[in-house]
Design a protein around this ligand. Structure first.
Ligand code: SF4
Length: 752
């Protein structure tokens, strides 16, 4: 009989901080973070330097880890040859040491047990027992329902190893929150328009741009390294920067123009810009006439979308709309229309991204210096193995119920397929997760909890006891990126390149690398042919040799660049160029969208307004933290321990709020934050909006530093606007109000 899965909080040992210094990056032109006095370091000659690429976020900057003679990691610095880091790491990257030294880490495999009274707990287990349990359940699921019924939620490089295991096993039922909770609308929109994805790192030619447009992109607070460094250079070169944001962000403070837009109205502004470019006849005629499809339809479509029309929606003055459109046209094609990264806001996000792609095309700002360059990645041959078996069904079959234009699995669809009452044709019975903290990354908490309760089994692989580990039947403690070999980094850039990650130090506690964990499970399933090596270094060496280098060489250089194979970085003037779309042209009018029954040209749709005494909640990032992953890292915690809620002075005086006062937040559905958050009174946010840095307010006591620090914006996101095109989960349609008394105390008083 199915047992209700209790959420288990893992008990802890006392925390202790290693006495190490933090080496922080100072980026010219942007004073983004405080630095901390560093400890007297050992000289480089006295230490061993090992190549790595960072995993504090997913930009994957290459660097060197320095370990002293006592076996202590002393510093991580950038690799000068790396196009991603340009030799410098951001403050989070230098603080990666804290991931290794975090005493709250998962230390040993854990297995869920039940006491006689029905309560549940985790028992420490050996690796053999834990791996047998996971492999045993995989065999059972394959036998009873087929391997496709075992779903995977993954993220980052560890997730890649899990994906290999699952594909060898026969399941392609996987999804990453990085798609439907982040970049998915961008992928769908740019693919429909240009026949190409933007990719990561984004192919933004910021270094040579004359004008950059940021719509809700927080470069500087979002420390994607290359972009921050190039934006700094662009500021030094006096590039025009146009920032559209309801908040005066760090990027806005460095901008020529700040457009404090009313939230949820961005499409209207972009359509008005398109109107100005077309009806003032200042679009890039050479590019449009040679390379695009559907100009006449677009021209007719935006005829009435004047700056005056947009003013009534966005609150941005018509003159400012015209002026900024002319500014872009004046610098075209050397304009970066930044496509954004976390773009799931209001449910019509693919259409907003389409309008950005169309604006880009009208400026001819694609494949030209200073716009979006044509990236290239090294192709790494796959280590010899049999073909993966072909599953009977997978994520595509789940999506095709509704989201035929999605290019990856959708987390919410996998969750719904895990719950019998949704009556999906294909049912999911068990999950494996790696590198993703689902209770915080999923906006619909009820859906997550119902799905987690419905499945028969959950195995979680992670380095830290995140909220998701509390739902596991088996917990697999993973080694940090400083302790393991991993896939070769071969991400796109201007120059194709590879980077090596290898262990700088032995895994702490009883943690193991993801490649080892997946190999052990695979072998228990009889999948030896897919794991035909003793150590992952053999795979790396074989792959490196296929492209003309070796593990031996890479250990000494860390990063190696290769000549481009795909042609120049930019499209030549007048060059014939075929785009990978149905028409071979840049599709201003999307034939894919028309065929699938969606608007082939983007339209503005009004979104719900905040109820009385409520304010729209927007959220973003801080330079020293990545999502909810880093709050317990003692170096990064030291730089920022909690978040605050930004409140406009008009609002604070209405409510009688004081700067620094702690309040609880309540959303439109009556949900209250678990912890209070400090009020920050500032003119830097519109009066109808409040802002929080994402990732705080952890509720797992095992995270001894992060527990209860600040409030979770995620708790306030209970309404999700689904993107009908690709299944994205728009999260900015939530509204909050303030509670000044502790709601727990109030509840008790009311009861009494
Ligand atoms: Fe690491 Fe910073 Fe690079 Fe992200 S941007 S990979 S945190 S150094």
């Amino acid at each position: 009989m199915k047992t209700r899965r209790q959420f288990i909080k893992i008990t802890t040992v006392g925390a202790g901080a290693a006495a190490l210094g933090l080496y922080s990056l100072k980026v010219s032109g942007l004073n983004l973070f405080e630095s901390k006095k560093e400890e007297e370091p050992a000289s480089d000659e006295e230490m061993t330097a090992t190549p790595t690429y960072c995993e504090v976020c997913f930009w994957k900057c290459a660097g060197w880890t320095y370990v002293d003679k006592k076996g202590k990691i002393r510093k991580i610095i950038g690799n000068k040859e790396d196009p991603h880091s340009k030799g410098r790491l951001c403050p989070r990257g230098t603080g990666g040491i804290g991931m290794y030294y975090d005493n709250d880490r998962l230390k040993t495999p854990l297995i869920r047990e039940m006491r006689k009274d029905g309560s549940q707990y985790f028992r420490k287990a050996g690796w053999s027992e834990a791996l047998d349990k996971v492999a045993g359940k995989m065999k059972e699921v394959a036998g009873r329902y087929g391997p496709e019924a075992f779903g995977l939620f993954n993220h980052g490089t560890p997730g890649g190893h899990l994906e290999h295991l699952m594909r060898a096993y026969g399941s392609e039922t996987n999804a990453e929150p990085a798609y439907a909770q982040c970049r998915g609308p961008r992928s769908a929109a740019y693919y429909a328009t240009f026949g190409a994805f933007i990719g990561s790192p984004e192919c933004t030619d910021i270094r040579d741009t004359r004008c950059m447009v940021l719509i809700g992109s927080h470069i500087g607070e979002n420390m994607h390294n290359t972009q921050v460094q190039e934006m700094s250079a662009a500021i030094d070169h006096k590039a025009t920067i146009i920032t559209v944001d309801p908040r005066f962000s760090t990027a806005a403070s460095k901008s020529t123009f700040w457009l404090p837009i009313k939230p949820a109205t961005d499409i209207a502004l972009i359509l008005a810009w398109i109107h100005v470019l077309i009806y003032e006849n200042i679009y890039n005629k050479e590019f449009v006439h040679k390379y695009t499809f559907g100009f006449d339809e677009l021209k007719a479509h935006v005829k009435n979308m004047t700056p005056e029309w947009a003013y009534g929606i966005t609150t941005i003055e018509p003159d400012l709309i015209r002026k900024t459109a002319r500014e872009m046209a004046g610098f075209a094609p050397a304009v970066v229309i930044h496509p954004g990264r976390h773009v799931v806001w209001y449910g019509d996000d693919t259409q907003r991204e389409r309008s950005l792609a169309i604006l880009t095309a009208l400026l001819g700002a694609w494949g030209k210096r200073g716009s979006l360059y044509l990236p290239e990645a090294v192709h790494l041959p796959r280590f010899p193995q049999p073909e993966y078996p072909k599953p009977k069904w997978g994520w595509k079959d789940l999506n095709e119920r509704k989201f035929s234009l999605a290019t990856m699995g959708i987390t919410t669809e996998i969750m719904k397929a895990s719950i019998p009452r949704y009556n999906y044709k294909h049912q999911i019975k068990a999950w494996l997760t790696g590198g993703t903290n689902l209770p915080l990354s999923m906006p619909d908490k009820k859906l997550f909890k119902e799905a987690a309760e419905a499945v028969e089994f959950i195995a979680v692989m992670d380095t830290m006891p995140m909220e998701v580990t509390g739902y596991a039947d088996v917990v697999l403690p993973e080694a940090t990126y400083l302790e393991r070999y991993d896939f070769i980094r071969a991400a796109q850039n201007r120059i194709p390149n590879v980077a090596l990650r290898m262990p700088a130090i032995k895994p702490r506690f009883d943690s193991k690398p993801a490649w080892w964990i997946t190999k052990q499970i695979g072998e228990r399933l009889g999948l030896h042919a897919y794991f035909n090596y003793d150590d992952y270094s053999e795979v790396i060496d074989w792959q490196l040799k296929q492209i003309g280098t070796s593990l031996e060489e890479m250990k000494t250089i860390g990063v190696k660049s290769f000549p481009r194979q795909s042609g120049p970085l930019y499209i030549g003037n007048g060059e014939d160029y075929e785009f990978n779309t149905n028409t071979g042209k840049v599709e201003l009018y999307s034939t894919d969208f028309a065929d699938a029954g969606f608007d082939p040209l983007p339209i503005y749709t009004p979104h719900p307004e905040p109820p009385q005494n409520f304010y729209r909640l927007i959220y973003g990032r801080a330079p020293m933290h990545t999502f909810s992953r880093t709050q317990n890292n003692h170096f990064l915690w030291d730089l920022m321990k909690e978040n605050s809620v930004w409140v406009n002075p008009k609002v604070s005086s209405l409510w009688g709020l004081k700067d620094g006062q702690k309040v609880w937040l309540k959303n439109q559905d009556g949900i209250t934050t678990s912890f209070p958050v400090k009020v920050r009174i500032t003119e830097r946010v519109r009066w109808d909006t409040v802002y929080m840095v994402h990732g705080f307010g952890h509720s797992d006591k095992k995270l001894t530093r992060a527990y209860g620090r600040g409030a979770s914006d995620e708790e306030m996101i209970t309404r999700v606007a689904e993107d009908p095109i690709m299944g994205g989960t728009g999260m900015r349609g939530n509204f909050i109000t303030f509670i000044q008394e502790n709601p727990e105390v109030k509840r008790k008083e009311d009861k009494a």
